[in-house]
Design a protein around this ligand. Structure first.
Ligand code: GDP
Length: 527
């Protein structure tokens, strides 16, 4: 490849940022996303941002569930440009009925924005999503939202980040007053104040100052709030962590921004700082070594498969993260697992509800590939040499149900349905060792409803699901294990590959079993 082409590729890589917003429902993710998109003028939206609330546009019949319950079943991707950057936001469903897909989507991000409600602090779903990001060691940026409301003390929230999530934090800005008294923020990096103007807080005045002691702030915010600000910032200067880029990039230190998404307050500063600090598309490891984004040969992997976006076509869309090289429509690539060459002629992005064909894309971008059933989660596609990216993690299901078919004659369709739906990766299937019952495991309850709905709609099979009391699944590496030992508050099952898995009703049962079999390894995901 000529130097000029390589430089062009590098430029495309350098300007990209691909991230996910992680938060608990109601923290303001939709609001923040909308504000971010407004700064850039969105180019492509995979589903509208408010798709879950704009119920008139259900894109498929099983999304009826989504419509009825007003929640988002699927994750999507949004792309926009801002100040010379191209930004990809990977959306993750905000409702607690999320699925393994949500976790897996995080593997396609190079950084994460953790959104926290100032009054609620770190919540359950944030913890789960954070842990997945932390495991990968990606940088995490924190936005503390709803500063216009009465909330917790900022120091207390920083303490909570450390106590609950185990991450140190460095405030990039600091609120001047909170709740009804909020009049602005002090930007610690740029030494400037950003103040609300007017009663409705609709405009923001930006004022450069010497430092936080500057009397200009006193004039603008009043004596009381300025004293408070000085006290807080002195304490931070002395006792807080200094900003350390290396630690941020390793995910050991999170830069914290305070703001109010709905008032568009602090959002622009956040975005600009984020673009500067967040990493560009990162390499991924593979059987052929580390694949750099600037490697001239195209390579990518499928991290998510979504069925039936369009009810008129029973097709699926495979979402691919581009790792290296330039993608061009119509190019031939090797589908490594299948061992054949395929032509990528129908790559799609989704502009609201209309499918939009992508002509070219670069590392960090996500494209949807038309999938007539040839892709599986984790599949690698590459140009030239064979590249197999590291396997995507699987996640331990937390909710289980026994499944039975109402009409035994439909067994074949039932099996086909189970196979396809497990391939999409939102349900896991287990078989009990004792009775050969089929047990489904999911991360979010909604997946059961989606399963029932799709089994009927797409495969014509009525299934019955019976909730089981299990809460944990642990893969055990010990072929001589005695199944009869797992009776009380637990049961022994096998997964699709024949691995032994024990389902436990509670932590106590799990601990007891571990004590009973000190030599067996209990893993929380498939080996
Ligand atoms: P999501 O579930 O995380 O996507 O949250 P939404 O963006 O739908 O927001 C949840 C609620 O919080 C909505 O009623 C928003 O209007 C509200 N909200 C979002 N940002 C702010 C904010 O900065 N201040 C206040 N007071 N409310 C906000």
């Amino acid at each position: 490849m000529s130097k000029a082409i390589n430089q062009a590729l590098q430029q495309e890589v350098d300007k990209r940022r691909t991230f996910a917003i992680i938060s608990h429902p109601d923290a303001g993710k939709t609001t923040l996303t909308e504000k971010l998109l407004l700064f850039g003028g969105a180019i492509r939206l995979a589903g509208t941002v408010k798709a879950r609330k704009a119920s008139k546009h259900a894109t498929s019949d099983w999304m009826e569930i989504e419509k009825q319950r007003g929640i988002s079943v699927t994750s999507s991707v949004m792309q926009f440009d801002y100040m010379g950057h191209r930004i990809n936001i990977l959306d993750t469903p905000g409702h607690q009925d999320f699925s393994e897909d949500t976790y897996r989507t995080l593997t396609a991000a190079d950084s994460a924005v953790m959104l926290i409600d100032v009054a609620k602090g770190v919540e359950a779903q944030t913890i789960k999503l954070f842990q997945v990001c932390a495991k990968r060691g990606i940088p995490i940026f924190t936005f503390i939202n709803k500063l216009d409301r009465e909330g917790r003390n900022p120091f207390e929230l920083m303490e909570e980040l450390e106590q609950v999530l185990g991450i140190r934090s460095v405030p990039m800005n600091w609120p001047i007053g909170t709740g009804r008294d909020l009049c602005g923020v002090y930007d610690r990096m740029k030494n400037q104040v950003e103040l609300f103007q007017g009663n409705d807080h609709s405009t923001i005045k930006v004022q450069k100052v010497e430092d936080y002691n500057d009397s200009i702030i006193r004039e603008m915010a009043g004596e009381y709030l300025h004293d408070q600000l000085c006290q807080d910032l002195e304490l931070l200067d002395v006792a807080g962590d200094p900003f350390d880029m290396e630690k941020v990039l390793k995910g050991e230190l999170t830069p914290v921004f305070f703001g109010s998404a709905i008032n568009n307050f602090g959002v622009q500063t956040f975005l600009e700082n984020f673009l500067q600090l967040a990493p560009k598309p990162q390499p991924r490891s593979s059987t052929a070594g580390v694949i750099e984004p600037s490697d001239e040969k195209f390579a990518g992997y499928v991290f998510k498969i979504q069925a039936n976006m369009n009810p008129a076509h029973r097709d699926r869309i495979a979402f691919m993260r581009i790792v290296s090289g330039k993608f061009q429509r119509g190019m031939s690539v090797k589908h490594v697992r299948a061992g054949k060459d395929i032509k990528l002629s129908q790559p799609q992005q989704f502009l609201a509800q209309d499918r939009d064909i992508v002509e070219e894309a670069y590392p960090g971008d996500i494209i949807g590939l038309f999938d007539p059933g040839i892709f599986r989660i984790g599949d690698s596609l590459s140009q030239g040499s064979e590249v197999v990216f590291d396997e995507l993690p699987t996640f331990s299901p937390e909710i289980f149900a026994k499944v039975t078919v109402k009409n035994a004659l439909k067994h074949k369709q039932y099996q086909k349905g189970i196979d396809q739906l497990t391939e999409e990766g939102t349900i896991q299937v287990f078989r009990t060792v004792s009775f050969e019952d089929t047990i489904l495991g999911v991360v979010g309850q909604l997946q059961f409803e989606v399963f029932e709905y799709r089994m009927k709609g797409e495969y014509g099979v009525d299934v019955q699901l019976q909730r089981m009391p299990y809460q944990f699944a642990r893969w055990i590496i010990d072929k001589d294990i005695d199944a009869s030992k797992f009776r009380i508050n637990s049961t022994l099952v096998t997964d699709k590959k024949g691995n032994y898995v024990v389902l436990f009703e509670n932590e106590y049962a799990m601990r007891t079993a571990m004590e009973k079999f000190p030599n067996a390894k209990f893993l929380d995901t498939a080996p």
